[in-house]
Ligand binder design. Structure first.
Ligand code: XBP
Ligand code: MG
Length: 260
C-alpha cells in the first residue's frame, strides 16, 4: 500500500530566495565593520565558507581557519561569535525590510498550487528562526507553513537529517508521504538521510555540487515566462515543476523501495 503525497518541506536559503550572496553575506560584512573588524567576505570566499552550515558555525570555522591570530577582547570566542551573529541578524532583517531579496521565480506559483490542492507545507532550514521568519513575512505568509523548523531547534545541522526528522515528527507523517525541496548538497543529503525524496533547485553557489541523491535536479522551479531546465531526472512534459511531478516522484520512490 503506497502513501500519496501529503506534505512538501521547503528549505529557505537558496531555495525560496537567493539570500546568501546578497543577504547573509552582506549582513555579515556589515556586522564585521560595525565591530571594527577588517574581515571582508567576498562573493567567492563566501561560496567556500558555505561548506559549513549555520551562520554561527560558519563564523567559528572562518576564525579558526582564516584568522587564527584573532584574540577576542573578552577572551571568550563563543560570546564574540554570538554577538557578531546577533548584529548580523539585525542587518539581515534591515536588508529584507528594504526589499533587497525577492523570491526565486516559480516559488509563489508552486506554493499556490500546493495550497490549492490541500498539500501541507513545512520549512526545514539551518538559518536562525528570526531570519527565516523575516524572509517569510517579507515575501510570503508564515502562516502557510504548518511547521517552521529553524536554526538551533536541533543540535546537529544539515547534512545531518535531524531537522527533517524533527519536521516529520511535528507533521506526524511518514517520510514516504513527503518530499523535500532543497538547493544545496548538504541540504539534499540531510533530506535523503531522513528518507525523503528530494527535488533540487540549483543556484550559482550550488550548481557544481553533487546531487546524486536527488530525484530531480532543476535550475529553478519555473514559470510560464521563465521555464526551468532539467539537469537530472525527468520533468516531462512541462518545463515547470508542478504538483503532478512531485506526486510521481513520491510514487516512484516508494516503488523503488518496495523492490529493493
Ligand atoms: C542556510 C545556512 C544559514 C544561512 C545563514 O542553509 O546555512 O546558516 O547561511 O543563516 P540551508 P544564519 O539553506 O541549507 O538551511 O546566519 O541565520 O545561520
Ligand atoms: Mg539552502
Amino acid at each position: 500500500m503506497t502513501a500519496d503525497l501529503k506534505a512538501v518541506i521547503f528549505d529557505v536559503d537558496g531555495t525560496l530566495a537567493e539570500t546568501e550572496r546578497d543577504g547573509h553575506r552582506v549582513a555579515f560584512n556589515q556586522a564585521f565593520a560595525a565591530a571594527g573588524l577588517d574581515w571582508d567576505w567576498s562573493v567567492e570566499l563566501y561560496g567556500e565558507l558555505l561548506a559549513v552550515a549555520g551562520g554561527k558555525e560558519r563564523l567559528l570555522a572562518y576564525v579558526q581557519r582564516q584568522q587564527p591570530d584573532f584574540q577576542p577582547a573578552t577572551g571568550d570566542l563563543t560570546r564574540v561569535i554570538a554577538q557578531l551573529h546577533a548584529a548580523k541578524t539585525t542587518y539581515y532583517q534591515q536588508l529584507l525590510a528594504n526589499g533587497a531579496i525577492a523570491l526565486r521565480p516559480g516559488v509563489r506559483r508552486l506554493l499556490a498550487e500546493l495550497r490549492a490542492a490541500g498539500i501541507r507545507l513545512a520549512i526545514a532550514t539551518t538559518s536562525a528562526l528570526p531570519n527565516a521568519l523575516a524572509l517569510l513575512e517579507q515575501t510570503l505568509e508564515p502562516g502557510w507553513f504548518e511547521v517552521i523548523a529553524a536554526g538551533d531547534i536541533v543540535p546537529a545541522k544539515k547534512p545531518a537529517p535531524d531537522i527533517y526528522q524533527y519536521v516529520l515528527q511535528q507533521l506526524a507523517l511518514p517520510a514516504a508521504a513527503c518530499l523535500a525541496i532543497e538547493d544545496s548538497e548538504a541540504g539534499a543529503i540531510a533530506a535523503q538521510r531522513a528518507d525523503l525524496p528530494v527535488v533540487v533547485t540549483v543556484n550559482d553557489y550550488t550548481r557544481q555540487q553533487n546531487f546524486r541523491c536527488a530525484a530531480l535536479v532543476l535550475d529553478g522551479l519555473g514559470t510560464l515566462e521563465q521555464p526551468c531546465r532539467c539537469l537530472a531526472g525527468n520533468l516531462d512534459p512541462a518545463p515547470i515543476l508542478r504538483l503532478s511531478h512531485l506526486r510521481r516522484l513520491v510514487a516512484q520512490t516508494q516503488g523503488k523501495k518496495s523492490w529493493s
